[in-house]
Design a protein. Structure first.
Length: 537
């Protein structure tokens, strides 16, 4: 029998008449009928620490009250909303046969040390000691506890399948709590786990959970998207997130009219084919004084070293950005990332690519410790694990063999022209962390421009077709290329409910064919993460 408590469901009530009688003796609940009796205070002014509308509205309307940074007290109005959201989640989970459990928030450290997440969570984990010196933590997630509970109670495969879930407070020591209850140090999460005998059972459990989450979000009235995501420290062979779309949010995702959707961390750029560089002249070092930026370098190059076929552009340059990578055990090592000069690194994508390690930009002290690296003029020939600097060098997927670049010459005031990847330098690997950009044909244009002058007509043709024939007809001419179209919006709608449930979670396998779908136009939208589906074999 499935147990599910419907907290906040409708109740029969009686009202005590004004000035008459005492408390009701019918056994039914009394209802407050006057706002003067209700424990609520509204505010005329916005709270000073409120950054987004949802935060302002919740505080001013008397739903929540700030206790400390990232920690809030739920007042009667807010608590009623929170409980009704929980009731909807419980009803839909009961409908698929999932049973509710409830773990403590204060947990022993041993299970998390066994999985190494005691270290991998880093500073995000609330750690403490009891009077005997034993390590404890406030649970950021409960995968370990769910697994140990089933291991303790079940001893045979005949007891499976099983689906259990909980709705519980979680704790993460966010470095920058913001947006009220959307990113706090204490938050409510519904997490669900299925235990199955084989892959077929796992797939069936996933589909049940997915359908339940869709019904939950439909009942809550969200404008939401289901997007592919990175598994992160939770693990799993595939992840999907349920994201609410609104005007003010903390993150972004990409999606296409054809149905492809992924958060920016999960987007992957298809690398172009290697190019023939037999007719490219040898690399030349040229004087480029006083060029503190890519724009200044491009302007100087067009003034001093113009070329016949076209003007120099930012995407002709290759810049190297230095980071210090901090591993969970505290050890550090340098990392250089090379990418086209007109692109920037997306911090979210970098964080996901290096997780559980963290990356911080190089400081003056770091440059002093690596005298072979000339700040502002770093080129790929001074980088790499086999170079004198021993700095690991990873490049954007667009930097393939045969592409030609302008890059630093590792000397102040000088750059190298006609620097060819695969001939003049070889990176240690690839890392896809560049920002996802606005523009339907942006990635196609970047790929074509990198080839050589004979491909310029093709790029021009695409641009003309976009202007004269419209996007749909032009798209057919570019159907052999993976491209992205980014469109920035942000998030806000129904924030009071959105923040109350940080989200359901389970696990699922990644389907490579969907990730590698070609000819997709992608739009980029801000989102808030309300739920996550994750599948682990």
């Amino acid at each position: 029998m499935i147990g599910s408590e419907a907290i906040g469901s409708p109740r029969l009530v009686t009202v005590t008449p004004k000035g008459g009688g005492g408390p009701s003796t019918t056994g039914k609940a009394d209802m407050l009928t006057r706002m003067s009796e209700f424990f609520v205070r509204t505010l005329r002014e916005d709270p000073a620490d409120a950054e987004v509308p949802s935060h302002r509205w919740l505080v001013r309307a008397g739903y929540i009250r700030r206790t400390a940074p990232g920690i809030y007290t739920w007042l009667p109005l807010g608590l009623r909303v929170l409980r009704r959201i929980e009731a909807i989640a419980r009803e839909e989970m009961a409908a698929i046969g999932s049973q509710e459990v409830h773990f403590p928030a204060l947990l022993p450290s041993e299970p998390y040390k066994q999985t190494n997440r005691w270290v991998e969570y880093g500073d995000n984990l609330f750690r403490l000691k009891d009077r005997k010196g034993a390590d404890l933590l406030l649970g950021p997630t409960h995968e370990e506890m769910f697994t140990l509970l089933v291991k303790d109670m079940y001893s045979s495969y005949k007891d499976l399948p099983l689906s259990i879930y909980q709705i519980q407070n979680k704790y993460r020591d966010e470095a920058r709590p913001r947006a009220g209850i959307l990113r706090g140090r204490e938050f409510v999460m519904k997490d669900s786990y299925s235990f199955d005998i084989d892959d077929e059972g796992l797939a069936a459990s996933y589909e049940k959970h997915r359908a339940a989450y869709i019904r939950i979000f439909d009942r809550l009235g969200f404008d939401y998207a289901i997007v592919r995501a990175m598994s992160g420290p939770m693990g799993g062979s595939r992840s999907e997130e349920f994201l609410a779309v609104a005007e003010n949010g903390e993150d972004t995702f990409v999606r296409s009219p054809g149905g492809y959707a992924a958060n920016v961390e999960a987007v992957r750029v298809a690398a172009p084919e290697p190019l023939d560089f037999s007719d490219v002249p040898q690399a030349q070092v040229r004087e480029t004084p006083d060029v503190p930026s890519i724009d200044a370098l491009v302007q100087l190059s067009n003034e001093r070293y113009p070329r016949e076929d076209r003007a120099w552009q930012g995407d002709d340059t290759l810049k190297s950005i230095l980071f210090k990578v901090i591993e969970p055990d505290g050890t550090t090592h340098p990392l250089a990332i090379g990418l086209p000069g007109d692109r920037e690194i997306d911090e979210k994508r970098l964080e996901a690519a290096l997780e559980p390690a963290e990356a911080v930009p190089f400081t003056d002290e770091d440059f002093a410790a690596h005298p072979h690296l000339v700040k502002g003029y770093i080129g790929p020939r001074a980088l790499g694990e086999t170079s004198e600097s021993k700095v690991r060098y990873l490049v954007d997927p667009r930097v393939v063999t045969g592409t030609v670049w302008i890059s630093g010459a590792d000397e102040a005031g000088r750059h190298v022209y006609d620097l060819v990847a695969g001939r003049d330098f070889t990176p240690d690997g690839v890392i896809d962390v560049a920002e996802v950009r606005e523009g339907l044909f942006m990635d196609l244009v970047q790929v074509a421009v990198r080839r050589d002058v004979r491909h310029r007509d093709k790029v021009h043709l695409v641009r003309v077709q976009v202007k004269q024939q419209g996007l749909e007809r032009a798209w057919r001419h570019a159907s052999d290329h993976d491209t992205t179209h980014a469109w920035d919006t942000s998030m806000r709608r129904r924030a009071a409910a959105a923040g109350a449930a940080r989200g359901p979670r389970c696990a699922r396998r990644r389907t490579a064919s969907m990730l590698n779908r070609r000819s997709r136009r992608v739009s980029r939208t801000s989102r808030t993460s309300l739920g996550r589906l994750r599948r682990r074999r």
